[in-house]
Design a protein around this ligand. Sequence first.
Ligand code: B4P
Length: 194
Amino acid sequence: MFNLVLFGPPGSGKGTQSENIVSTYKLQHISTGDLLRDEVSRHTPLGTEAKKYMDQGMLVPDEVVIGMISGKIDDARDARGFIFDGFPRTRPQAEALDKLLEFKNTKIHLVLALDVPEAELTKRLLGRGETSGRSDDNEDIIKKRITEYHSKTQPVANYYNEHGKLETVTGNHSITDTFKMLAKHINKYLLPIK
Ligand code: B4P
């Protein structure tokens, strides 16, 4: 089993590149953003709670997100591996993920961090907001999301760096070129499935 974390600030292309990675390497995709939006659209109690935070550009509380992830890992126990997209986003989430995986006799093998300048992130998220209808893609909320990223999520990169698992890739190139750079790192662990 090979487990990958795709890390980066809001709008860095985690969701976009996850699609390419999933179709090339046949990993099981776990996107906490997608899972939360699904809960919101189904008006579940978890979704109603999460929406309060997401609409303000804030992170959803750790216990809500961690509880949601655990079941998803169990559902796909025969997978070739997982790609965690947008998770973990805090140090407690990273520690909880390590414990969950250890319990399942596996671990995170590689963390790929997308590095994109802040002006480009804002431009992309405003562009996505014009078409996606997402509540977190207007200028004030984007600023708040980037502030949350610096204070709560950036420490996750340090955590994985301390464990020797972090590789940084410039995410400011075209979608195809960025994918090629990510693939170079993944190919050291896993070959593409045609
Ligand atoms: P997410 O759904 O994870 O999404 P994101 O960070 O906004 O974007 P992503 O990096 O995936 O960018 P994308 O590919 O779409 O988070 C949403 C919210 O959910 C969070 O704010 C939080 O409230 C909550 N949440 C999620 N996980 C959580 C957790 N673990 N803990 C707590 N709360 C959590 O790309 C953006 C745009 O750029 C797209 O339009 C795309 O087409 C474009 N683009 C991508 N790559 C490009 C490139 N190379 N060049 C040009 N454009 C590009």
